[in-house]
Design a protein around this ligand. Structure first.
Ligand SMILES: *Cc1c(COP(=O)(O)O)cnc(C)c1O
Ligand code: SF4
Length: 335
């Protein structure tokens, strides 16, 4: 019988459901040594393992140091307690005027659309976030809208999470429509990793919503390593650009993943050839359970200085740190 290749894109919801959450399955799929299992099981109790197949397929089998694997593999180091590494490193609990809204900076506010993510990144500063109290479901959505309406200094709404694109397209476009009723809002920004880890998330309906919105839209992706960029992602970005949205990237400097100038330079080039501009390169937030990803600020500045030397200005992201209580992200200058 003839073998028929299935080239129809999978529904992104199916990909979400089929994401790998069992440490044993992860190790088997990547032919990794079973010695990693006990640690992986233990640390996944702190923060569950979750990785979609589309992302796993970009990892190198048999390589425990794969830079994509390191972002998602639960390890024993997560039990290390380091002074200064806390559950709420950005003091977000103090900046929430109403559930699901984080308003720290003058002309833009962040809306927490969903607590869920397609992938669980071990270094995430939201690994301890009390999402159950802070989702914009039902009555909270109305309170959030009232807050935005009452704050005329706001020009931009940022959909964040978790991952805001876990929200189904229908509900997403209703939310955008509600926001369009608020006259002082001009821009819509979406911070998401979903199109990176499940490129089929860039649906026609999503593109259509952005394209027909009165808002100028910005999609900020989260890609830390050039190996995350494959043909399916390039294709998704090409489609997304039809909406007219500006596509940017933010990355985090992570020990053992991308903490050298060569990798960062490669990333900037790969982003550009995929149609994405580098926006921020963040120094790691001191989140409890992830101190093993931290690198010294001085090293970050050195990497940055080399990037500046090697790349055109438009491919150099802003090296930044979030310091709680400030009126914007804090930019760092190279040494
Ligand atoms: C990071 C962040 C923003 C966006 O900051 P930009 O510098 O505009 O990218 C907005 N609100 C909050 C609460 C943030 O943490
Ligand atoms: S919020 Fe972003 S960084 Fe954190 S787990 Fe979700 S996708 Fe990863």
């Amino acid at each position: 019988m003839m073998q028929v290749l299935d080239i129809t894109p999978k529904r992104w919801q199916d990909s979400l459901k089929q994401a790998i959450t069992d440490p044993q399955e992860l190790l088997d799929r990547l032919s990794l040594p079973n010695e990693l299992l006990d640690q992986a099981k233990a640390a996944s109790q702190l923060f569950p393992l979750r990785v979609p197949n589309e992302f796993l397929n970009r990892m190198e089998a048999g390589n425990p140091n794969d830079p994509l694997l390191k972002q998602i593999l639960p390890i024993g180091d997560e039990f290390i307690q380091t002074p200064g590494f806390t559950e709420d490193p950005l003091n977000e609990s103090e900046a929430r005027p109403t559930p699901g809204v984080v308003h720290k900076y003058q002309d833009r506010a962040l809306l927490i659309l969903s607590g869920a993510c397609a992938i669980n990144c071990r270094y995430c500063f939201r690994r301890h976030f009390p999402y159950s109290e802070n989702q914009l479901s039902g009555e909270h959505w109305q309170t959030a809208l009232a807050y935005l309406k009452g704050h005329k200094e706001l020009r931009e709404v940022i959909f964040s999470g978790g991952d805001p694109l876990v929200t189904p397209d229908g509900r997403f476009s209703n939310m955008v429509a509600d926001l369009e009723e608020i006259p002082h809002l001009e821009r819509l920004r979406i911070h998401t990793r979903l199109p990176v880890v499940i490129p089929s998330r860039v649906t026609e309906q999503f593109i259509d919503t952005l394209q027909h919105s009165r808002f100028d839209s910005v999609v900020v992706l989260h890609i830390n390593h050039a190996n995350e960029i494959d043909d399916s992602l390039r294709h998704a970005v090409t489609n997304l650009k039809k909406s007219g949205a500006t596509i940017l990237n933010q990355a985090v400097l992570l020990k053992g993943v991308n903490d050298c100038a060569d990798e960062q330079i490669k990333l900037s080039r790969a982003l550009f050839s995929a149609g994405i501009l580098p926006y921020y390169l963040f120094l790691f937030d001191p989140v409890a359970g992830a101190s093993h990803f931290d690198i010294p600020i001085e090293q970050g500045k050195k990497i940055f200085a080399q990037m500046q030397k090697s790349l055109p200005g438009y491919l150099v992201p802003r090296l930044a740190k979030e310091i709680s209580g400030k009126t914007s992200k804090t930019l760092l200058i190279s040494s």
